[in-house]
Structure formats: structure tokens, C-alpha cells
Design a protein around this ligand. Structure first.
Ligand code: EPU
Length: 346
């Protein structure tokens, strides 16, 4: 804990910091007070000061799943906590401890260099390790929650550090306890538990098509490379065109509603979900409404993936949310399905 003996350097403060390069939508947001957090030990004093002054605050990771307003009042905590190490290993598992500020994709690449396969299906997802559990990032049949042993965080309610087990994180599809309680925890470290027995996960059609020879199963590195290729083809590179990946969650409906829709739209794309439920491909629904490649001023729907909204340059959060509303209304009208926005609206 934070004792005078080993007091950390205080977090670096930059007033009125432009965050255009700290959010993948490329929105021109300005943080009134931007604090760079490079060590968990900086948090207790800082959060106490903010609470005493009744200042608003929010943590920001890589900014790859957020919609920022033009002005962020109060404190924005840029979580840049570094470090990654193999913490423990036994015959069955390897535990890897990673600072919340580490870049997610670089971490996945590092696990493969360390001969720790398991996370390769999650390659090239933008953002940081600390943000990954918030929305329980997932792709190509894998969700990160499955691999998390526990999380270290600062609890803004008890003003102390806490350890949250995988169960306490309440992971679900694009959801977690953290996402539902955004003002409570600041994730400082994630400890992954990677099982040693490994087998490729190829159930997702795009991967199954590439590796269809049962006599030549792919290595984890082959899958990593394939996932990078698939993502680069389908999803826009935020360095080139601003976006936050999938803008809506794939909606989950009852089997009953699914059957009704399927009778009307036999090409409807869907996946099995929890018993009695079905997950629909939101990208397909939006595409069918004719939005793909459409533009509305500075914002638009990506031409290769209707689930991705893009900033063509100069957009603000209002422009994005206006387009989102138009899409939600049309999908509701045509399919009677509600689309929920996936990124966090600050
Ligand atoms: N589709 C269309 N038109 C489109 C887009 C999609 O018809 O414009 C159809 C596709 O043909 C496919 C289905 O919809 O049959 C699903 O599309 P895709 O395989 O591209 O996946 P997704 O459901 O759109 C989800 C995740 C992605 C993740 C991929 C791969 C969500 C909200 N999105 O997308 O995650 O990479 O599966 O697992 O669950 C993200 O969260 O930011 C993200 C990119």
C-alpha cells in the first residue's frame, strides 16, 4: 500500500490535454485535467484528492471502445501502467501478470513468443490489457473472461486495492461487473491463467475455411496471422479511419422472436446462445436496411462491415450518436429488434 517510505512519484498532470490521438474514433475531445498513471500506487492519494474536491473522474485505456464528448470535465486518468511477467506455472497452467496499460495486441504477440498459446484468436484487437475485461473482449469464438484468473483494481468506494476473482467479474457477452459499475473500480493489473494443453479453436467460419485440412492443423502462430489478416480485411484501421470496432452488440432475442423473424427473413444470420435464446448478427440487420457504405456528413457506416461506424474526419460524439439513432430506429422498424450501443459513452 501507499506508505511514506515508498511513496511513488505523483501522477503527471497535463491541463487541457487534447485526446484526439488517445481515442480510436479520432474525436477532438479535450480533458480538463489529464493525469498519467504509470503506477497503481499513485491512485490512493490522487483519488482521495479528487473525492475531497468533488471532482468528476474516469479512467481511460487505449480509447478504443469509447465515445468521448468535446470536453471532459474534471480528471481523466490515462492508465499507462506497464509490466508483464510469467508469475507462476504448474503442470496444467501458466499464470501471467500484466499491467493495465500494456497494449493488448502486443501482449498477445508476447504470449506466443513465450510459447503460451491460447489468446491467438484475440489478435489485433485495439486497446489495453486493463480495458479488455471491461467489455470482455471477444472474437473468433474466444472471450477473454475465460482466461482471467483475477484482477487487481483500486476500489473508489472503499479507497483501497482489491482483488476480484473471475467469478466476481461477472463476465458475459460484451459485459462485466466493471462495465455495469463504471465509477467503482480502476483496473491496475490483470492476471491471466493460460491452460497448457492447447488446441486450435476454429469453429468460426472465417477460420474454419482457411484451415480445413484435418491432417495439417494450424499452429497458434498460424491462427494469429490468419486472425490479423481477416480483421485487416473486414475492419477499418483506426490509424487511417476513426472507428471503435463493432458499434452495436449482436442482439440476443428469444427463440420465439427468432422463429417469427426467420419465417419472414430466411437469410437472417444468427447463432445459438443461452437456452431459449438466439444471437442475431447486427451487421446483417443493418446491412439489410441499406446502411452499408452510407455517409451522413462527417460520419458513416463502414463499406465492408455494417456494424462499424466511422469518422470520416471532424465528427463529434453528437454526429455519431445521431447516426446511431437513425440506424436503431430503422432496425427496430424493419425487424422489431433493439440494437444496444457497444462502446462506452463518456
Ligand atoms: N454481415 C453482413 N453484413 C455486414 C456485416 C456482417 O451480412 O455488413 C453478416 C456476415 O456475413 C456474417 C455475420 O453478419 O454472416 C457476422 O459478421 P462478422 O463475422 O463480421 O461478425 P460480427 O458479428 O459482425 C463479431 C464481433 C466482432 C468480432 C467478430 C468475430 C460483436 C459486437 N462483434 O462481429 O468484435 O471481431 O464477431 O468474432 O460481437 C468488436 O467487438 O469491436 C468486434 C470487432
Amino acid at each position: 500500500m501507499n506508505s511514506a517510505k515508498n511513496a511513488p512519484n505523483p501522477a503527471k498532470l497535463t491541463p487541457n490535454m487534447g485526446l484526439k490521438h488517445r481515442n480510436t474514433f479520432g474525436l477532438d475531445a479535450v480533458a480538463e485535467l489529464a493525469y498519467e498513471i504509470t503506477s497503481a500506487e499513485q491512485l490512493p492519494d490522487l483519488l482521495k484528492g479528487l473525492a475531497d474536491q468533488n471532482q468528476a473522474w474516469r479512467p481511460l485505456g487505449g480509447g478504443s471502445n469509447v465515445i468521448l464528448p468535446n470536453q471532459l470535465p474534471g480528471a481523466t486518468l490515462l492508465i499507462n501502467i506497464p509490466g508483464q511477467e510469467i508469475a507462476q506455472s504448474d503442470e496444467q497452467n501458466t499464470w501471467v501478470s500484466v499491467g493495465a496499460g500494456v497494449n493488448w495486441h502486443e501482449f498477445v504477440a508476447w504470449t506466443l513468443e513465450q510459447n503460451l498459446p491460447g489468446l491467438e484468436n484475440l489478435a489485433l484487437i485495439p486497446g489495453t490489457v486493463g480495458a479488455a475485461p471491461i467489455q470482455n473482449i471477444g472474437a473468433y469464438g474466444v472471450e477473454i473472461g475465460q482466461y482471467i484468473d483475477h484482477i487487481e483494481a483500486f476500489d473508489a468506494v472503499s479507497h483501497d486495492f482489491v482483488t476480484l476473482s473471475q467469478a466476481a467479474c461477472q463476465f458475459a457477452y460484451r459485459d462485466s461487473y466493471f462495465k455495469r459499475h463504471p465509477k467503482r473500480y480502476i483496473v491496475t493489473k490483470v492476471v491471466f491463467k493460460i491452460p497448457k494443453p492447447w488446441k486450435p479453436r476454429l469453429q468460426y467460419a472465417d477460420l474454419a475455411n482457411q484451415f480445413n485440412d484435418p491432417d495439417q492443423p494450424p499452429s497458434a502462430k498460424d491462427i494469429f496471422t490468419a486472425v490479423c489478416q481477416i480483421r485487416s480485411q473486414k475492419l477499418p484501421d483506426p490509424k487511417v479511419i476513426g472507428n471503435a470496432g463493432s458499434f452495436f452488440q449482436n442482439p440476443i432475442v428469444s427463440n420465439e422472436q427468432y422463429e417469427t423473424l426467420f419465417k419472414q427473413f430466411p437469410r437472417l444470420v444468427s447463432y445459438p446462445d443461452a437456452p431459449g435464446m438466439r444471437k442475431l448478427a447486427a451487421g446483417w440487420l443493418i446491412d439489410q436496411c441499406g446502411f452499408k457504405g452510407q455517409r451522413m456528413g462527417s460520419v458513416g457506416v463502414y463499406e465492408k462491415q455494417a456494424l462499424v461506424l466511422v469518422n470520416h474526419g471532424g465528427a463529434n460524439s453528437e454526429d455519431i450518436l445521431n447516426l446511431a439513432k437513425i440506424i436503431q430506429e430503422k432496425v427496430q422498424k424493419n425487424f422489431q429488434v433493439q440494437l444496444d450501443i457497444e462502446p462506452n459513452i463518456f
